[in-house]
Ligand binder design. Sequence first.
Ligand SMILES: [Zn+2]
Length: 180
Amino acid sequence: MENQIPAAVVPAERCTYCNTEIKAEDTFCTQCGYPVKGTETEQNHFISEREIQEIDLFTYNKSLRQATNTLYYLSGIFVFAALIYFGLHKDDPDVVAVVITNIIMAAIFLVLGSYSKRKPLACLVSGLSLYVIVQVLNAVVSPTSLLQGILVKIIIIGYMIRGIKSAMDVEKIRKENNIA
Ligand SMILES: [Zn+2]
C-alpha cells in the first residue's frame, strides 16, 4: 500500500468551512459548496446562510419532536384514563364501553404518532378532530359527560393546539428548505 503515496507530497488544501480536502482547481468545496475562491463577502455570506439553515433545522427537529410526542403522550393518557375509570366504576353497566372507547382512542393516537414524522400537521389535526367528535358524541348520549373531567379535557385540547403549532412550524421549514 505504500506505493500509493505520491512521490512529491503537495500540502493538501482544505475547505475553510468544513475542512474537506479540496483540489487546487476547485472554485467551490465539493462537500459543502463553500466558495473557496470567492471574495471575503461571498465567503461571509455563505457562512451566515449556513448558520440560518442550521438554526432552522434545530427548530425543525424540535417542533417535529413536540408534535409527535403530543400524540404519543395523549395515547398514554387514554390508557391511563381507562385504568382510572375502570378502577372507580368497576360495577357500572357501561364501564366496558368506556374502557374500550379509551383503548381504541389510545390505539388511534399511537398510529397517528407513528405517522406524524411524515405528516405532522395532518396527524395532529386528525387527532384533535377525533377527540372533539368523541366528546360531542358523548355529550349527545349523556349531556353531563361533557363536564366530567372538564379541566383534563381543556388541558388535552390546549396541548393538542400547541402540537398543531409545532406541526405548522415543521411544514413551514419543510417548504422553505424543500424537505420532502
Ligand atoms: Zn467545505
